[in-house]
Design a protein around this ligand. Structure first.
Ligand code: ATP
Length: 619
């Protein structure tokens, strides 16, 4: 069964594999960060011991149970005589441990930030690389916004989980084990009471976060809606102004923004209740420990210093235990993000077969091709031949399948087995290496895309090292050289969001120049002269005829004047071949081509007459 992007799930093992795959190259940083975190914990555990020794063995008279090395350095007897000096020593020791903890904390953060950047870079680069090689059909099926969100927000959730939460879990587990070990050595009865509260606090926090995670998800989705609303508005700013929709857009945004704010206020309330009840529970535990501790101290089972130290350890346990519950429930959020990212990483790329052959050249033959999208037939038993070197035109109504012919020729989609075949030079297209095929087929689309670079860089996109005069020759053929040189920056003018806005016709012409630079033996113009006026269209076609030489040209257009000089013309009607022949043959016989020809010629004549009339009137 085909994987679905909403239901795709990685197993626990696969998720661990995904984490480890990107962690492996930078595991040293994570290990160093963990070491620093554990050292910091251990140093933290020293402070209550300093207090215990000060109270029991310096201010009091208990025997200090310390390692021989420490006893040799610590002038215990002298300190007992001078309590003020003793307090300075204690304060100094606390300061030193705090300083060392600061160093560890610095090391932990520095190592974590290096590790997490390396981790996330590896994952992000892999995602981007994979997206470059996923089939066109995959891109068509997946909304761009969804892909971007997977590559940004989801990657960020995984980064936070691996780089912060995972380290936090290890640190907390280490802390719990270390502190409980010390506490058990100090007093078993009190330790058992403290231990009894840990699962209650941890579990209640885990259950709470699991319960509200769906609300977090709703808030995330609401945030997505706010962003999408703003994005759509900014993209369609011209339409908004033209139709005076400013107020409507403002209200729409405000409604979404209000919902988003409301969700967070509600979440804030829930979190406040949780934190307040959690604090109450923790206080209850501390109270029980204090009462039991006093009882133990009065009974002589515990010294005063040990009691103070024990209470301090116990308090230090409360916060990490509460956060552990939250981290564990956040794991499910990270798990969802891993599924979403994993879906892209597991989607199959366009694969070249080992026995695929290079582009053979020759006649292009559509042999009984039937093709459709999502079960809806578009091309129905289409057969025709484009002879090598000829200019072949395709005319057809909207949705008749003209662009689909181009998709198939470029192998953006493959003709399914048993639904006919397309051959070039007798070789089935499905056995021609895609990369090679696309290098040999130049393509200009109706709505060409220009990169946010200079015009020169756009034209030289396929041959960045091509000489200046070759680029200008291509631009001249596409009738765009004059327009470009009239810009103050000429070919260095930046286009796209950061630069000038080219008109639709200028964009099409730059795209034609870019395609000409490819010097491909097959050139396809998919309605790519629709945005230029008839006169420029004629000029470009004349220049092209002279320059394309032996290239096979496939012209797709709604304009008969664009097509009539082609060697042969194919008329598509509802996905079927309706007519095929030269212009002269097609205007001779009744049919779609002749009708369209007459309609377009009449309106052209009318336009000419009107133009003449108005000029006449002007004199
Ligand atoms: N990727 C796709 N997924 C689903 N349906 C598609 C896809 N591309 C095209 N179609 C549908 O296939 C039909 C033919 O589309 P195609 O773009 O080939 O027509 P066309 O003749 O080039 O039309 P136009 O002249 O308007 O560009 C249309 O009904 C269109 O909605």
């Amino acid at each position: 069964m085909e994987e679905n992007r909403s239901t795709f799930k990685l197993s626990g093992r696969e998720k661990a594999g995904l984490i480890w795959h990107y962690l492996r190259p930078c595991w040293g940083h994570f290990a160093a960060a963990l070491l620093c975190a554990c050292l910091s914990m251990a140093l933290n555990a020293l402070t209550p011991q300093i207090i215990r020794i000060t109270v029991d063995s310096i201010l009091g008279s208990e025997e200090a149970k310390l390692p021989a090395l420490v006893l040799r350095v610590l002038p215990l007897e002298t300190l007992r005589q001078e309590p003020v000096t003793a307090l300075w020593w204690a304060a100094g020791a606390v300061m030193v441990t705090a300083l060392l903890r600061g160093l560890c904390s610095f090391g932990q953060r520095a190592q974590l930030s290096r590790g997490s950047e390396a981790y996330v870079k590896g994952l992000r680069d892999d995602l981007y690389r994979r997206i470059q090689y996923l089939p066109f059909a995959w891109h068509k099926q997946h909304p761009t916004g969804d892909i971007i969100q997977r590559c940004t927000s989801d990657v960020d959730v995984i980064r936070t989980f691996v780089c912060n939460q995972l380290v936090e879990v290890v640190r907390t587990v280490f802390l719990i084990i270390l502190y409980l070990w010390i506490m058990f050595r100090m007093n078993v009865k009190l330790s058992l009471i403290a231990l009894a509260f840990i699962p209650i606090v941890g579990l209640s926090s885990g259950v709470f976060y699991r319960k509200i995670s769906s609300r977090f998800k709703t808030a995330d989705e609401a945030e997505g809606e706010v962003t999408a609303c703003a994005q759509e508005n900014l993209t369609a700013v011209r339409v908004v102004r033209a139709f005076g929709r400013e107020k409507y857009e403002e209200d729409k945004f405000q409604a979404k923004s209000e919902r988003y704010a409301g969700l967070w206020i509600h979440l804030g309330k829930l979190l406040s209740v949780y934190w307040a009840s959690g604090t109450l529970l923790t206080c209850l535990q501390v109270m029980v420990i204090i009462l039991a501790g006093i009882h133990e101290s009065v009974a002589g089972a515990m010294t005063l210093g040990a009691f103070v130290a024990f209470v301090s350890y116990n308090e230090s346990l409360a916060w990490p235990v509460r956060s552990l519950g939250r981290v564990l429930s956040d794991m499910s959020k990270a798990g969802v993000s891993m599924d979403r990212v994993g879906y892209i990483l597991r989607s199959p790329e366009e694969q070249e077969q080992p026995d695929d052959v290079p582009f053979p050249g020759g006649d292009i033959v559509f042999d009984h091709v039937t093709f459709g999208y999502e079960g809806q037939p578009v091309l129905k038993d289409v057969s025709f031949t484009i002879r090598e070197g000829e200019t072949f035109a395709v005319l057809g109504g909207t949705g008749s399948g003209k662009s689909t012919l181009v998709h198939l020729l470029d192998r953006l989609y493959d003709v399914p087995e048993g639904s006919g075949r397309i051959t070039i030079g007798g070789v089935d297209l499905r056995h021609i290496r895609r990369s090679d095929l696309r290098r040999h087929i130049g393509l200009v689309l109706q709505e060409p895309f220009l990169f946010s670079q200079t015009i020169g860089e756009n034209i030289r996109a396929v041959r960045p090292d091509a000489p200046e005069d070759a680029m200008r020759r291509a631009a001249a053929i596409a009738c765009v050289d004059e327009a470009v040189t009239s810009f103050p920056e000429g070919y260095d003018t930046i286009v796209g969001e950061r630069g000038v806005t080219l008109s639709g016709g200028q964009k099409q012409r730059v795209a034609i120049a870019r395609m000409l630079m490819q010097q491909a033996p097959v050139m396809i113009f998919d309605d790519s002269l629709s945005a230029v006026d008839a006169e420029t269209d004629e000029k470009i076609r004349t220049a092209l005829r002279r320059s394309t030489g032996k290239a096979t040209v496939l012209l797709i257009s709604h304009r008969v004047t664009t097509l009539m000089q082609a060697d042969r013309i194919l008329v598509l009607d509802g996905g079927r071949v309706a007519e095929l022949g030269t212009h002269a043959q097609l205007v001779e016989k009744p049919g779609i081509y002749r009708d369209i020809y007459h309609i377009q010629m009449q309106s052209a004549d009318r336009a000419l007459l009107e133009e003449g009339g108005s000029e006449h009137g002007g004199h």
